[in-house]
Ligand binder design. Structure first.
Ligand code: ZN
Length: 222
């Protein structure tokens, strides 16, 4: 779904009218797509084969099993996405280039079950000499949603993790993984009048894996 960012507001309205009619006839999906930073807010992808994303869950505390289940949920979708498990070296909250790391924190007063952040590599000039230009620079990972993602973090709130809500823990990590793919909130969580058609909506007991809408969005992005 490219219409949201590429067309003018007027043209978008016309385009969506057509898409909505089709959606009504085919499936009860919301027609609009939801991206964190179209068109560049995503991981680099060759355009064919699987999109391997290194992720770790050894620092996810009581979310460990749920994180694996969430990765499985994304890997089972008809998209290029493949979360490939590995381990980072230290559970210190650091951002690791080429990795999506799952960390845990504990805050019973926090309404959120978790949050996510993507990072892009920026080149920083350390020494600029006229007329030579930049003679010394370094690269650093900066929190960005609108530039090619080089890394990501997922923070999950272990204060929300109990044995009885494991279903929701899986949905929680799957939701945050969706952000790290470049997906934005959808449904009620996006202020829409209808909801619960996307893993990017609020957590709920109806599903905890990517929905057809999410699969469509990922396939539009990659
Ligand atoms: Zn979210």
């Amino acid at each position: 779904m490219h219409v949201r960012s590429l067309l003018s507001v007027r043209a978008r309205g016309l385009a969506l009218a057509g898409v909505m009619l089709l959606a009504t006839a085919v499936a009860p999906l919301a027609a609009d797509a939801h991206f964190m930073g179209w068109p560049n807010g995503k991981h680099a992808y060759s355009g064919s084969g699987l999109l391997y994303l290194n992720y770790s869950r050894n620092c996810s505390g009581t979310f460990y099993a749920a994180a694996g289940d969430a990765a499985y949920g994304w890997n089972a979708t008809p998209t290029p996405v493949w979360f490939q498990e590995g381990s980072v070296n230290a559970c210190n909250g650091a951002v690791w280039n080429g990795w999506i790391d799952t960390y845990s924190y504990n805050n019973a007063n926090d309404w959120a079950w978790g949050w996510a952040q993507a990072y892009a590599l920026d080149t920083i000039c350390d020494l600029y000499i006229w007329p030579l230009g930049c003679v010394s620079s370094h690269q650093q990972l900066d929190p960005r949603w609108d530039k090619t993602y080089a890394a990501g973090t997922i923070m999950v709130n272990t204060a929300k993790a109990t044995g009885s809500n494991y279903f929701l823990l899986v949905g929680d990590v799957a939701h945050e993984m969706g952000h790290n793919l470049g997906l934005a909130h959808a449904g009620y969580y996006n202020g829409e009048s209808t909801g619960y058609y996307s893993i990017m909506d609020y957590l709920n007991w109806s599903y905890n894996r990517p929905r057809p809408h999410d699969i469509n969005d990922v396939n539009a992005l990659y």
